[in-house]
Design a protein around this ligand. Structure first.
Ligand code: SF4
Ligand code: SF4
Length: 242
């Protein structure tokens, strides 16, 4: 099978992620690696691709594992590893990693990163700044008053936008600059589940708030069926007084 330079670059990038990261996230071929001797099974994949050889089932399972890593950010980085995938400026309508999965007939993860949404991420970043700078003026429409707890916290299932704290409840806020989808509900649920597994001190309950301009029909159905998450409509107002 022939592989493009970009496909090989993507895999090389994933392979170069240090072993401590993959140890945490459950690679299916971990048993084939000798971490003490730094002998890693996945390092064979780029050369197999360069030589246009067939990938083994084990190698394919690692590629699938790389692409399903929930820690990918929307700007194609894996925290705490700060480098960005080398295809970032290349990937636009066609995402190299997605094409690779399709070529190998491997399942496409829901959280697959979309550099085409770069502008949206910039927008979300700006909105987040506005929220954090005007925190005391925001009415979250909750049954209790809340205070700022944290933002951009990296957890096992991803990176959390904003955390609010009530009396005994932690609220995980996921911000979307456009229309929320059911994939966003799933993403937020994974954050809520992660905090519920390890409740911070003084916290007895964890809930999610999906904050977006609007939601599509599937998202609404998912939210209606889910007690852990509430939707909040994001309305930004600009006031100019002369
Ligand atoms: S094969 Fe690679 S990704 Fe998998 S556990 Fe070993 S070093 Fe980590
Ligand atoms: S979509 Fe992102 S992670 Fe995937 S190949 Fe492109 S830049 Fe890399």
């Amino acid at each position: 099978m022939e592989f493009s330079e970009e496909e090989i670059k993507f895999i090389q990038f994933c392979v170069d992620i240090d072993e401590l990261s993959c140890k945490d996230t459950g690679c299916p071929q971990m048993h084939q690696c000798d971490f003490e001797r730094k002998n890693y099974y996945c390092t064979s994949i780029p050369s197999t691709m360069r030589n246009s050889k067939e990938l083994s089932q084990e190698q394919r399972s690692i590629i699938s594992f790389f692409c399903h890593d929930p820690r990918w950010t929307d700007d194609c980085k894996i925290p705490p590893w700060r480098k960005r995938c080398p295809n970032y400026s290349f990937c636009n309508d066609e995402w190299v990693c997605k094409k690779l999965l399709e070529k190998l007939e491997l399942p496409i993860p829901e959280n697959l990163k979309r550099p085409v949404l770069k502008d949206q991420r910039i927008l979300e970043h700006e909105i987040k700044k506005i929220i954090l700078n005007n925190f005391s003026e925001i009415d979250w429409k909750l049954d209790e008053s809340v205070t700022y707890y944290a933002h951009e916290e990296v957890i096992r299932t991803g990176r959390v936008d904003i955390l609010l704290k009530g009396a005994k409840t932690l609220y995980v806020v996921e911000l979307k600059g456009g229309i929320a989808t059911r994939e966003h509900v799933g993403q937020l649920l994974s954050y809520v589940g992660c905090y519920r597994e390890n409740l911070p001190t003084g916290i007895e309950a964890v809930k999610g708030i999906l904050l977006a301009n609007d939601m599509d029909a599937n998202c609404k159905m998912a939210i209606d069926a889910c007690e852990a998450i509430e939707f909040r409509k994001l309305i930004l107002k600009v006031e100019i007084s002369l």
